[in-house]
Design a protein around this ligand. Structure first.
Ligand code: ADP
Ligand code: 5GP
Length: 190
């Protein structure tokens, strides 16, 4: 494997910016080259989300126990729930020799930067907050309350993502095919 591909890749950006969509495309095209760091979360599964695949869905008590046991590389609260990347989740991928992909929010990004993961950072930006809102509504996964929390959080995530040094590449997800092409170029060619 090229040296650059040994480094984990972190995608971050507001909820609804298209991180999962881009990651799904990458796994569909290169099923043997990439592995997903399956995070732990206390949020409830959405329709179609399989435990152990999209996330490890756990109760709050279990999540707090894992924090206590120092099982996380990073963890944070987002929209009223806990999320975290366990050391094990990344190790499982790295043992297969695949490039590890993480999809995390910005407090996690800041912690990963202080860790020894040596990751590369991709900021996935929506074309605008208005379009972000339309896409989140269109995804049909949020209540009015969780939609509001995600849009509120998006302001800070955009600010961080647009600040110097936060990312190795910013991808504006306007057209999905263009965004995916840019992601691939970054992953394989930079
Ligand atoms: P995230 O993982 O960042 O929360 P998703 O990948 O779930 O975001 O995308 C949010 C919604 O927007 C999904 O319904 C997805 O199908 C849609 N979407 C993603 N990218 C685009 C795009 N370029 N144009 C239109 N809709 C998109
Ligand atoms: P969702 O509930 O939409 O799946 O994810 C909400 C937010 O949590 C997204 O910004 C996603 O990137 C982030 N997230 C998912 N897993 C983790 C994780 O393990 N750690 C952190 N810090 N954020 C995560």
């Amino acid at each position: 494997m090229a040296a650059i591909l040994r480094r984990p890749i972190v995608l971050f950006g507001p909820s609804g910016s298209g991180k999962s969509t881009l990651i799904k495309k990458l796994f569909a095209e290169f099923p043997n080259d990439f592995g997903f760091s399956v995070s732990h979360t206390t949020r409830s599964p959405r329709e179609g989300e399989v435990d152990g695949v999209a996330y490890n869905f756990v109760k709050r008590e279990e999540f707090l126990r894992m924090i206590e046991n120092q099982e996380f590389i990073e963890h944070a609260q987002f929209s009223g729930n806990h999320y975290g990347s366990s050391i094990k989740a990344v190790e499982v991928v790295q043992k297969t020799g695949r490039t590890c992909i993480l999809d995390i929010e910005i407090e996690g990004v800041k912690q990963v930067k202080k860790s020894n993961l040596n990751a590369r950072f991709v900021f996935v930006s929506p074309p605008s907050i208005e379009i972000l809102k339309q896409r989140l509504v269109g995804r049909n996964t949020e209540t009015d309350d969780s939609l509001k929390k995600r849009l509120d959080a998006a302001i800070g995530e955009m600010e961080y993502g647009n600040s110097p040094g936060s990312h190795d590449i910013k991808i504006v997800n306007d057209d999905i095919d263009n965004a995916y092409k840019t992601l691939k170029e970054f992953i394989f060619e930079s």
